[in-house]
Design a protein around this ligand. Structure first.
Ligand SMILES: *Cc1c(COP(=O)(O)O)cnc(C)c1O
Length: 358
């Protein structure tokens, strides 16, 4: 059996859209795509009058080297959000198939499924936010085509061990595609499981330049998977997903100087995360700071709603995650610059002191 047997039959048989850019390139006089012959004002040599390469070779090469995969194991899209959406579209028949997620987790898996009218099967994480592999595997019905694991998990910050991921991958062979979302893996002490895609054709890994690579505004995310899955996704991708200025920004970030800067910032975040973890834990009114492998901390408060509002009054915006199961008293605080973090601590200190007096 091939992993493609899990995909929608109509998508497997779909004749992909053939864009002008795909059919022919490399000529000197390009009159095949109804583009303007003139570069726009302020173009800076980018050539934005032309449609971009759907999967630009230079970017594919850079990202394949970065992630340690072959080019045919890599799809680059507008953030990993787009890859999530394309996976759901390719594998889930509307009104029939399902995805499986482990709440509390990232919201886009369920969102994409609902847009596709695929069912969402929720198997909660264990009380300590670790993977409940037994419960997960017991809930995989024939309708489940995609199983999402997020590691480190958003919003809890906890990682899933490689052993557990491989255990789930082995159990899902021939049954469902396992999608491991590693949006925050650069901040973790735990290594990526991307090398496992060579061993499991039904394993896919999501990576992004939005977090550790400081490019949330450029929307560049990757799907790493078997060449069969990647080819299937390329059949249904939008004709020109990657804007030229975004590709240029990504290439600059991936240059040796860019990589050095990113590594430096990740190290700062890791140091600040440890500092915040300990300092927040000592504040009165803080019940618990969940240990985190990501660039944020989930923090439980005696009165999270009041803290959220008071932080906002001081111009500090954090994420209210009280709507997530098991986190009904928690806020998610992203690690900022050392100055920003110091300010957060100072304001929280003040808030808690006032409470103590009142
Ligand atoms: C931020 C985030 C993403 C990111 O997505 P992009 O679309 O690449 O910006 C993916 N997964 C998780 C869990 C995230 O928190």
């Amino acid at each position: 059996m091939s992993v493609l047997d899990l995909a929608r039959p109509d998508i497997r048989n779909l004749q992909p859209y053939s864009s002008a850019r795909m059919e022919a390139g490399g000529g000197q006089i390009m009159l095949n795509a109804n583009e303007s012959a003139w570069a726009p004002n302020g173009d800076g040599g980018l050539g934005c009058n032309r449609y971009p390469d759907p999967q630009p070779e230079a970017l594919l090469q850079s990202l394949a080297a970065l992630y340690g995969v072959k080019r045919e194991q890599l799809f680059v899209g507008r953030g990993s959000d787009e890859a999530i959406d394309l996976l759901v579209r390719a594998f889930c028949r509307a009104g029939e198939d399902a995805i499986l997620i482990q709440p509390p987790t990232f919201g886009m898996y369920a969102m994409s499924a609902r847009i596709q009218n695929a069912a969402v099967i929720e198997v909660p994480l264990a009380q300590d936010f670790s993977l409940d592999a037994h419960a997960l595997l017991a809930s995989v019905t024939p309708a489940v085509k995609l199983v999402f694991l997020c590691t480190p998990n958003n919003p809890s910050g906890k990682s899933i061990s490689r052993v557990d991921i491989e255990h789930v991958a082995q159990a899902l062979a021939g049954r469902a595609l396992l999608v491991v979302d590693e949006a925050y893996v650069e901040f973790s002490s735990q290594a990526s499981v991307v090398d496992l895609i060579d061993r499991y054709e039904h394993l896919a890994v999501l990576r992004t330049l939005s977090k550790a690579w400081a490019l949330a505004g450029a929307r560049i995310g990757s799907l790493l998977a078997s060449p069969e899955v990647i080819a299937l996704i390329r059949r249904i991708m939008p004709p020109y997903p990657l804007p030229l200025p975004c590709v240029a920004a990504a290439l600059a970030a991936l240059s040796p100087a860019g990589q050095a800067a990113a590594r430096e910032n990740v190290a700062i975040v890791q140091g600040e995360r440890a500092m915040l973890q300990s300092a927040l834990g000592q504040l009165p009114g803080v019940r618990e700071v969940l240990p985190s492998d990501a660039n944020f901390l989930a923090v439980r408060f005696d009165d999270a709603g009041a803290v959220y509002q008071q932080l906002q009054q001081e111009g500090i915006v954090v994420r209210d995650i009280r709507r997530y199961p098991m986190l009904q008293d928690a806020l998610r605080i992203t690690v900022g610059t050392p100055r920003e973090n110091a300010r957060v601590l100072a304001v929280l200190n003040e808030i808690m002191l006032k409470k103590g007096v009142a």
